[in-house]
Design a protein around this ligand. Structure first.
Ligand SMILES: [Zn+2]
Length: 111
């Protein structure tokens, strides 16, 4: 089981959270200008990398807030979690970023 650090509540079991998909997908500024293929690409196609991946998570059974997580999809190691910015970007910013870098939260070790 993953141990995920909510930026507001601290480390909690994976079962308290729901996955929200890939982070950093910007909504097109003018959706009406897109072709059907471009709109479908925005809605449905994601990168699915093996390795570092930025994800959205919601603390459903806690504070109910959305936040970002950087996780390695091959090892499940979570590098950090962070507060989403108010500008629509998911980049961590200054002092409002919560991080658990280097804590080694991961699955596969019985916790
Ligand atoms: Zn929380």
């Amino acid at each position: 089981m993953l141990l995920i650090e909510c930026p507001w509540c601290g480390p909690r079991a994976e079962t308290e959270f729901s996955y929200g998909g890939e982070a950093g997908i910007a909504r097109p500024a003018d959706p009406d200008a897109l072709s059907d293929a471009e709109w479908a690409d925005y809605l449905f196609y994601r990168s699915n990398p093996k390795g570092a991946h930025r994800e959205l998570w919601n603390h459903d059974h806690g504070c109910r807030r959305w936040f970002g997580v950087e996780r390695d999809t091959a090892t499940y190691r979570i590098e950090r979690s962070y507060v989403l910015s108010h500008t629509g970007s998911d980049a961590a910013t200054g002092s409002d970023a919560a991080t658990n870098a280097g804590t080694g939260y991961s699955s596969g070790n019985g916790d």
